[in-house]
Design a protein around this ligand. Structure first.
Ligand SMILES: [Zn+2]
Ligand SMILES: [Zn+2]
Length: 367
């Protein structure tokens, strides 16, 4: 009998629940889970910091599995017919309608009011709709992306949901060859942004973050300079960035911190007429103040908000990983493996930043 981890309500211990094997509708896919990631969003879910979550839920929004069964002929995003045993991932966002104003006119499907997210906004009572489970039920219409043979599935999970998110932000950043890119935050989104900035031709990548262990990872992944926010105050950080940029500031800054005060700081650390992408304020971290004359208008700053990702970001992230995983050690980001019954520990370790990336592995806890 398949088991799944249940998050009953915020701040309560996780539980295991038995499920019956689901009936497969036409167009649906049953995945046998290979692994699912634990990310900062799962910690936010546990702390009750996301609005509109239909607890109890099965957490786990970025996952990999093998096809166990399909309801008739089902195709991946490339149009290839899926077969039993294929190793695939899927876009966690499901049900964007393709008909509403946001989907069709604004072409901003991440703002579609119909969208649901596996592991976040689908209730556990409706089935195996999250990744921390032996099996995952992909409803008809879920976008399935096959992993290329050259891409080990654990490497994909190591990059996790941080990579499509960072890919979206870095794309919005429109980095030019030789630009100095400043990344605020050294969690999975920030680390992936530091890698993708290099792939977009950055001349220099600076990462501001903490703790030291994550900054060491940033350096291993190619960051040219790292600034430890626990050692340097805001004035010292500013002096360090200015000294690395001929007194101008970064050409493009990507905020991936989740701390509201980081936003006005990032505006000041970006050069005049530079670009600032805010991707880290995924949950409501409160207010921040800035001087609209000095730090926006006169500065001629281009600020872009970036929320969530769509199939294109997910698909492109898979292709980038397949091509570049020998060059950038995404796999080294994994520092914890947990079985389903250890999910509570995984959550607490991620919350305490003891690990950069934790994986829930239903069938092989020690591999
Ligand atoms: Zn829509
Ligand atoms: Zn995530």
């Amino acid at each position: 009998m398949p088991q799944a981890v249940i998050m009953p309500t915020p701040n309560q211990p996780l539980e295991l629940r038995d499920y019956a094997m689901p009936e497969i509708e036409i167009g649906a896919v049953l995945l046998k889970t290979l692994g699912s990631e634990v990310c900062g969003t799962d910690v936010h879910l546990w702390h009750g910091r996301l609005a509109g979550v239909p607890y109890p839920i099965i957490p786990g929004h970025v996952s990999v599995g093998t096809i166990a069964e399909t309801g008739g002929e089902v195709r991946d995003v490339d149009g290839r017919v899926l077969a039993e045993g294929d190793i695939v991932t899927f876009l966690d966002v499901y049900g964007s309608c393709g008909r509403c104003w946001y989907c069709t006119v604004a072409k901003a499907t991440t703002r579609c009011p119909q969208r649901k997210v596996y592991g976040i906004t689908l209730p556990a009572d409706e089935g195996l709709l999250g990744g921390w489970a032996d099996y995952i039920y992909l409803r008809p219409g879920v976008q399935v992306i096959s992993l290329p043979e050259s891409l080990p599935w654990k490497t994909f999970l190591a990059a996790g949901c941080g990579i499509p998110t960072a890919l979206h932000a870095v794309s919005l950043g429109e980095i030019q060859f030789g630009d100095t890119v400043l990344v605020q935050g050294s969690g999975p989104v920030g680390l992936n942004a530091a890698i993708l900035a290099q792939l977009r031709g950055a001349g220099q990548v600076i990462v501001i973050g903490a703790p030291a262990r994550r900054l060491e990872t940033a350096t291993l992944l190619g960051a040219d300079a790292v600034l430890d926010i626990s050692m340097l105050d805001e004035q010292e950080r500013r002096e360090a960035v200015l000294s690395l940029t001929h007194g101008r500031g970064a050409d493009v800054t990507i905020e991936a911190t989740g701390v509201a005060a980081a936003v006005p700081e990032g505006m000041r650390l970006t050069r005049d007429a530079g670009r600032y992408i805010v991707v880290g304020q995924y949950t409501n971290a409160g207010e921040a103040t800035f001087n609209p004359h000095l730090h926006l208008n006169q500065k001629h700053l281009d600020i872009r908000g970036c929320w969530g990702s769509d199939t294109s970001h997910f698909y492109r992230a898979v292709q980038v990983l397949a091509r570049y995983h020998h060059q950038f050690a995404w796999r080294d980001m994994i520092s914890g493996h947990y079985h389903l019954h250890e999910a509570q520990q995984a959550l607490e370790d991620v919350a305490a930043q003891k690990v950069v990336k934790a994986l829930i592995l239903p069938s092989s806890p020690s591999s």
